[in-house]
Design a protein around this ligand. Structure first.
Ligand code: HEC
Length: 185
Protein backbone atom coordinates (compact mmCIF):
# COMPACT_ATOMS: atom_id res chain seq x y z
CA UNK A 1 0.00 0.00 0.00
CA UNK A 2 2.58 2.51 1.05
CA UNK A 3 4.81 2.41 -2.03
CA UNK A 4 1.80 2.66 -4.26
CA UNK A 5 0.48 5.67 -2.39
CA UNK A 6 3.83 7.29 -2.55
CA UNK A 7 4.06 6.68 -6.24
CA UNK A 8 0.61 8.03 -6.74
CA UNK A 9 1.42 11.08 -4.72
CA UNK A 10 4.57 11.60 -6.70
CA UNK A 11 2.78 11.16 -9.95
CA UNK A 12 0.05 13.49 -8.80
CA UNK A 13 2.66 15.92 -7.81
CA UNK A 14 4.34 15.66 -11.15
CA UNK A 15 1.03 15.99 -12.88
CA UNK A 16 0.22 19.09 -10.86
CA UNK A 17 3.59 20.56 -11.56
CA UNK A 18 3.57 19.89 -15.24
CA UNK A 19 -0.09 20.70 -15.54
CA UNK A 20 -0.26 23.95 -13.70
CA UNK A 21 3.27 25.11 -13.40
CA UNK A 22 4.90 23.82 -16.52
CA UNK A 23 4.75 26.48 -19.09
CA UNK A 24 3.26 29.35 -17.13
CA UNK A 25 4.87 29.48 -13.76
CA UNK A 26 8.61 29.14 -13.90
CA UNK A 27 9.11 30.74 -17.26
CA UNK A 28 6.02 32.92 -17.26
CA UNK A 29 6.05 34.50 -13.83
CA UNK A 30 9.52 34.49 -12.40
CA UNK A 31 11.39 35.90 -15.32
CA UNK A 32 9.39 39.07 -15.84
CA UNK A 33 9.64 39.71 -12.12
CA UNK A 34 13.35 39.22 -12.26
CA UNK A 35 13.51 41.52 -15.21
CA UNK A 36 11.40 44.08 -13.43
CA UNK A 37 13.56 43.78 -10.33
CA UNK A 38 16.71 44.29 -12.29
CA UNK A 39 15.15 47.18 -14.12
CA UNK A 40 14.33 48.77 -10.79
CA UNK A 41 17.89 48.25 -9.67
CA UNK A 42 19.10 49.78 -12.85
CA UNK A 43 16.78 52.72 -12.26
CA UNK A 44 18.12 53.16 -8.77
CA UNK A 45 21.68 53.05 -9.94
CA UNK A 46 20.84 55.48 -12.70
CA UNK A 47 19.11 57.68 -10.18
CA UNK A 48 22.11 57.75 -7.90
CA UNK A 49 24.45 58.42 -10.73
CA UNK A 50 22.11 61.05 -11.99
CA UNK A 51 21.98 62.91 -8.71
CA UNK A 52 25.73 62.70 -8.23
CA UNK A 53 26.21 64.05 -11.71
CA UNK A 54 23.71 66.84 -11.22
CA UNK A 55 25.33 67.66 -7.90
CA UNK A 56 28.69 67.81 -9.60
CA UNK A 57 27.34 70.00 -12.35
CA UNK A 58 25.69 72.35 -9.89
CA UNK A 59 28.99 72.62 -8.04
CA UNK A 60 30.63 73.39 -11.31
CA UNK A 61 27.97 75.97 -11.86
CA UNK A 62 28.75 77.59 -8.54
CA UNK A 63 32.42 77.70 -9.38
CA UNK A 64 31.69 79.25 -12.73
CA UNK A 65 29.47 81.77 -11.06
CA UNK A 66 32.24 82.67 -8.63
CA UNK A 67 34.73 82.94 -11.43
CA UNK A 68 32.53 85.27 -13.46
CA UNK A 69 33.96 87.98 -11.25
CA UNK A 70 37.31 87.16 -12.79
CA UNK A 71 36.07 87.21 -16.39
CA UNK A 72 38.14 90.32 -17.21
CA UNK A 73 41.36 88.83 -15.89
CA UNK A 74 44.06 87.13 -17.97
CA UNK A 75 44.70 83.38 -17.74
CA UNK A 76 45.14 81.56 -15.44
CA UNK A 77 43.43 84.04 -13.12
CA UNK A 78 40.28 84.24 -15.20
CA UNK A 79 39.37 80.67 -14.27
CA UNK A 80 40.33 80.91 -10.60
CA UNK A 81 37.85 80.24 -7.84
CA UNK A 82 36.60 83.48 -6.26
CA UNK A 83 35.40 81.84 -3.05
CA UNK A 84 38.76 80.11 -2.62
CA UNK A 85 40.60 83.39 -3.22
CA UNK A 86 38.50 85.14 -0.62
CA UNK A 87 39.16 82.32 1.83
CA UNK A 88 42.93 82.37 1.25
CA UNK A 89 43.01 86.15 1.61
CA UNK A 90 41.78 85.76 5.19
CA UNK A 91 45.39 84.86 5.97
CA UNK A 92 46.53 88.21 4.58
CA UNK A 93 43.72 90.29 6.02
CA UNK A 94 45.22 90.29 9.51
CA UNK A 95 47.91 92.54 8.03
CA UNK A 96 46.53 93.98 4.77
CA UNK A 97 43.44 95.85 3.62
CA UNK A 98 42.39 95.92 -0.04
CA UNK A 99 39.88 98.77 -0.28
CA UNK A 100 40.82 102.08 -1.86
CA UNK A 101 42.24 104.36 0.81
CA UNK A 102 42.12 101.54 3.36
CA UNK A 103 44.45 101.73 6.36
CA UNK A 104 47.79 100.01 6.74
CA UNK A 105 47.59 97.35 9.40
CA UNK A 106 50.84 95.44 9.92
CA UNK A 107 51.44 95.64 6.18
CA UNK A 108 50.58 98.30 3.60
CA UNK A 109 47.15 98.70 2.04
CA UNK A 110 47.21 96.78 -1.25
CA UNK A 111 44.79 98.80 -3.36
CA UNK A 112 46.32 99.38 -6.78
CA UNK A 113 49.36 97.27 -5.96
CA UNK A 114 49.60 95.83 -9.49
CA UNK A 115 51.59 98.14 -11.70
CA UNK A 116 53.08 99.91 -8.70
CA UNK A 117 56.74 99.92 -7.79
CA UNK A 118 57.54 97.59 -4.90
CA UNK A 119 57.70 99.37 -1.56
CA UNK A 120 56.06 102.50 -2.93
CA UNK A 121 52.78 102.79 -1.08
CA UNK A 122 52.88 106.28 0.43
CA UNK A 123 52.90 106.58 4.18
CA UNK A 124 54.04 103.04 4.89
CA UNK A 125 57.34 102.41 6.62
CA UNK A 126 58.84 99.65 4.49
CA UNK A 127 61.89 97.63 5.29
CA UNK A 128 65.09 98.62 3.55
CA UNK A 129 64.76 95.52 1.40
CA UNK A 130 61.42 96.61 -0.06
CA UNK A 131 62.40 100.26 -0.31
CA UNK A 132 65.41 99.33 -2.36
CA UNK A 133 63.71 96.61 -4.39
CA UNK A 134 63.61 97.57 -8.03
CA UNK A 135 60.62 95.94 -9.66
CA UNK A 136 56.95 96.55 -10.32
CA UNK A 137 54.27 94.30 -8.89
CA UNK A 138 52.69 92.00 -11.47
CA UNK A 139 50.58 88.90 -10.84
CA UNK A 140 53.70 86.81 -11.59
CA UNK A 141 55.85 88.72 -9.10
CA UNK A 142 53.18 88.34 -6.45
CA UNK A 143 53.07 84.62 -7.17
CA UNK A 144 56.83 84.41 -6.59
CA UNK A 145 56.59 86.56 -3.45
CA UNK A 146 53.82 84.40 -2.01
CA UNK A 147 55.59 81.15 -2.86
CA UNK A 148 58.33 82.06 -0.41
CA UNK A 149 58.46 85.70 0.74
CA UNK A 150 61.76 85.34 2.49
CA UNK A 151 63.55 83.72 -0.41
CA UNK A 152 62.02 86.09 -2.97
CA UNK A 153 63.23 89.19 -1.16
CA UNK A 154 65.67 88.51 1.66
CA UNK A 155 65.48 91.02 4.48
CA UNK A 156 61.83 91.96 3.99
CA UNK A 157 59.70 92.30 7.10
CA UNK A 158 56.59 90.43 6.06
CA UNK A 159 56.44 87.69 8.68
CA UNK A 160 54.43 85.26 6.63
CA UNK A 161 55.59 81.86 5.46
CA UNK A 162 53.75 81.99 2.13
CA UNK A 163 50.95 80.18 0.35
CA UNK A 164 52.14 76.72 -0.49
CA UNK A 165 49.52 75.43 -2.94
CA UNK A 166 49.79 76.87 -6.48
CA UNK A 167 46.01 76.94 -7.00
CA UNK A 168 45.56 78.78 -3.70
CA UNK A 169 48.07 81.37 -4.89
CA UNK A 170 46.30 81.71 -8.23
CA UNK A 171 42.98 82.13 -6.43
CA UNK A 172 44.22 84.72 -3.94
CA UNK A 173 46.06 86.69 -6.64
CA UNK A 174 42.91 86.72 -8.79
CA UNK A 175 40.93 87.86 -5.75
CA UNK A 176 43.37 90.71 -5.07
CA UNK A 177 43.31 91.69 -8.75
CA UNK A 178 39.52 91.78 -8.74
CA UNK A 179 39.33 93.69 -5.47
CA UNK A 180 42.03 96.28 -6.07
CA UNK A 181 41.10 97.71 -9.45
CA UNK A 182 43.62 95.71 -11.49
CA UNK A 183 43.94 96.92 -15.05
CA UNK A 184 46.08 95.04 -17.55
CA UNK A 185 48.86 97.32 -18.73
C1 HEC B 1 51.86 89.04 9.59
C2 HEC B 1 51.45 90.12 8.72
C3 HEC B 1 51.35 89.84 7.23
C4 HEC B 1 50.67 88.84 6.59
C5 HEC B 1 49.89 87.69 7.20
C6 HEC B 1 50.82 89.10 5.17
N1 HEC B 1 51.58 90.22 4.98
FE1 HEC B 1 52.06 91.05 3.21
N2 HEC B 1 53.25 92.41 4.14
C7 HEC B 1 53.40 92.53 5.51
C8 HEC B 1 54.40 93.54 5.81
C9 HEC B 1 54.85 93.96 7.19
C10 HEC B 1 54.84 94.01 4.57
C11 HEC B 1 55.94 95.02 4.33
C12 HEC B 1 57.23 94.22 4.35
C13 HEC B 1 58.47 95.04 4.30
O1 HEC B 1 58.42 96.28 4.40
O2 HEC B 1 59.53 94.42 4.16
C14 HEC B 1 54.09 93.30 3.55
C15 HEC B 1 54.23 93.50 2.18
C16 HEC B 1 53.44 92.92 1.22
C17 HEC B 1 53.48 93.26 -0.17
C18 HEC B 1 54.36 94.31 -0.83
C19 HEC B 1 53.56 95.59 -0.91
C20 HEC B 1 54.30 96.74 -1.56
O3 HEC B 1 53.74 97.84 -1.51
O4 HEC B 1 55.40 96.57 -2.09
C21 HEC B 1 52.55 92.49 -0.77
C22 HEC B 1 52.19 92.49 -2.26
C23 HEC B 1 51.95 91.64 0.23
N3 HEC B 1 52.52 91.94 1.43
C24 HEC B 1 50.97 90.71 -0.01
C25 HEC B 1 50.49 89.81 0.97
C26 HEC B 1 49.53 88.77 0.70
C27 HEC B 1 48.85 88.54 -0.63
C28 HEC B 1 49.35 88.07 1.86
C29 HEC B 1 48.50 86.86 2.10
C30 HEC B 1 48.65 85.73 1.22
C31 HEC B 1 50.19 88.71 2.86
N4 HEC B 1 50.86 89.77 2.28
C32 HEC B 1 50.26 88.33 4.18
C33 HEC B 1 52.72 91.80 6.46
C34 HEC B 1 51.93 90.68 6.21
Amino acid sequence: MKPATTMAALMLGLAVMTGCGGADEPAGDTSPEEIRASEENADQVDGENGSAASQASSEEGATEEGSSQFSELPAPYTSADYAAGKRVFKQCSTCHTLDEGGPAVMGPNLYGVFGREAGAREGFGYSKALQEADFTWTPDKLDEWLTNPRKFLPGNRMSFSGVRRPDDRTAVIAYIMAETGYEPS
